[in-house]
Write a protein that binds this ligand. Structure first.
Ligand code: UN1
Length: 487
């Protein structure tokens, strides 16, 4: 891989190069780990509230550069401008949240079994955290991982997706401008082999990955083969929205449009299954199709565009192939289904918002993640069947339930096996102070964001202080013996 270069391009106009990068060699990854390790030692000695102040300053710099960063996100990742701004805003919000945590509790105290003794926990950095991030939230997701890692006193080696490296480079530049020591966050560039080098690097103690299930498995295997290491995975989704007949159907249409076709369906949290009660399915699908057909597909930086491109031509072709497979299974096309050309965006990877009816729990389209603007409609005849349908899925990231019945809503919250559940709101739009992540093949039990996300890059130390001045033996086989020996 020595000497290789690659370019990131505008997915709306692939001839437009955004930036060029050297593919990092194995030696460059080694060097990055060595620099981050050296810088981490000094950073770990900085008091936590001081680290938090640096993170707060990053938030201010990001806010002052928000418009420029959003335009870059739009050009490099193809998100429409308003959603690109939301991507940057998540990082700003995350900076505020994490900075505030710098003055929060750093452990817990506990009573002990013996007199004149107590216990407490405290947190320590893991060392250097390796991160592999996707292109669909090219500023927000690095911030979800980097800010908690920094607050905990760690160094970072990050490999952004080859589709949106410049967004990460600009994000890290903001961190350095805010006062993060220059070597503490190292960015390496390239493809799977660079990710593999991070995952298995002996100097990296924890690996955090967001992406597909197959790549997540490779990352985890590589990390564990030469580990053990802490590995946090944030993988796929096949997120369902349930529509009961008593729901506010106008709200359903707005929510489904945003959930399924926002970000061109390329969020881990995008709505890709619409589980609708038979009594309202025709009404819902007709209204949705009418609105979907009017969404403006176009240049993501142009005001008025509703749906930008998918990330590249290969992805558009893969989505078209998946639609074809679904139709080949006998499902029916309600609207969309094709790659389309947009004037002024030559070679752009645009895919129509697509609705497909006639799928069941076992269809190809309800079982496989598309990562594009394709919504599969599954009919249901009862609440119980709807919940079973939601759960009959190998992923468990996000789900939404639309109903006006509060008892039904609460039953859904308990019964749905996903990491995130929305009531009367779409499957997208998670806020940074609540944990983000999922069950089953969506992850391996970790959560990003919120308090859980804050703790994931820390080691916990349990400390016992015995000020009795004598040997006290805990946990010997019976309490009489404890009393005889110790008191
Ligand atoms: C993702 O797609 O990986 O909840 C992240 C949401 C966004 C984050 C999505 N706040 O839709």
């Amino acid at each position: 891989m020595a000497g290789d270069r690659f370019a990131s391009v505008n997915p709306a106009r692939p001839a437009e190069v955004i930036a060029e990068f050297d593919v990092s060699t194995l030696a460059a990854v080694d060097d990055a780990v060595a620099r981050a390790t050296a810088a981490q030692r000094a950073w770990a000695a900085v008091p936590v509230p001081r680290r938090a102040e640096v993170i707060a300053a990053i938030g201010e710099i990001l806010a002052s550069r928000k418009a420029a960063l959003a335009t870059l996100v739009s050009r490099e990742a193809g998100k429409i401008l308003v959603e690109a701004g939301g991507d940057v805003q998540e990082a700003i919000d995350m900076a505020g949240y994490i900075a505030g945590q710098g003055r929060n509790a750093w452990g817990e105290t506990h009573p002990c079994e013996m007199p004149d003794k107590f216990g407490f926990t405290t947190r320590h950095p893991v060392g250097v955290v390796g991160m592999i991030t996707p292109w669909n939230f090219p500023v927000a997701i690095p911030s979800w991982k980097i800010f908690p890692a920094l607050l905990a006193g760690n160094g970072v080696v990050i490999k952004p997706s080859e589709h949106a490296p410049q967004c990460c480079a600009e994000f890290v530049r903001a961190c350095v401008d805010a006062g993060v020591p220059a070597d503490l966050i190292q960015v390496v560039y390239g493809f799977g082999d660079v990710g593999a080098a991070i995952s298995s690097h002996p100097g990296i103690r924890a690996v955090s990955f967001t992406g597909s299930v197959p790549t997540g498995r490779l990352v985890a295997s590589a990390a564990m083969a030469s580990g053990p290491r802490l590995v946090s995975l944030e993988l796929g989704g096949k997120n369902a929205m349930v529509v009961m007949p008593d729901a506010d159907l106008d709200l359903v249409i707005e929510g489904a449009l945003f959930g399924a076709f926002g970000t061109a369906g390329q969020r881990c949290t995008s709505t890709s299954r619409l589980v609708v009660h038979r009594d309202v399915v025709d009404e819902v699908v007709d209204a949705l199709a009418a609105r979907a057909g009017k969404l403006v597909i176009g240049d993501p930086v142009a005001p008025g565009t509703d749906v930008g491109p998918v990330i590249d031509r290969k992805s558009a072709e893969r989505i078209a192939g998946m639609v074809e497979t679904a139709l080949g299974e006998g499902n029916s096309l309600v609207t969309g289904g094709k790659i389309v050309a947009v004037e002024g965006c030559e070679g752009g990877a645009f895919f129509e918002p697509t609705i497909i009816r006639g799928t069941t729990r076992d269809s190809y389209l309800t079982r496989n993640e598309v990562f594009g603007p394709v919504l599969a409609v599954v009919e249901t005849d009862s609440f119980a069947d709807a919940i079973e349908t939601v759960n009959d899925c190998e992923y468990g990231l996000s789900a939404a339930v639309y109903t006006r019945d509060v008892n039904q809503a609460m039953r859904a919250v308990h019964a749905i096996d996903t990491g995130i559940v929305y009531i009367n709101a779409p499957t997208i739009g998670a806020e940074i102070h609540l944990p983000f992540g999922g069950t089953k093949h969506t992850g391996n039990g970790y959560r990003e964001a919120g308090k859980r996300g804050l703790e994931q890059f820390s080691e916990t130390k349990s400390v016992y202080i015995d000020f009795s001045g004598r040997l006290q033996k805990a946990q010997i086989d019976n309490r009489d013996a404890i009393e005889a020996t110790d008191v």
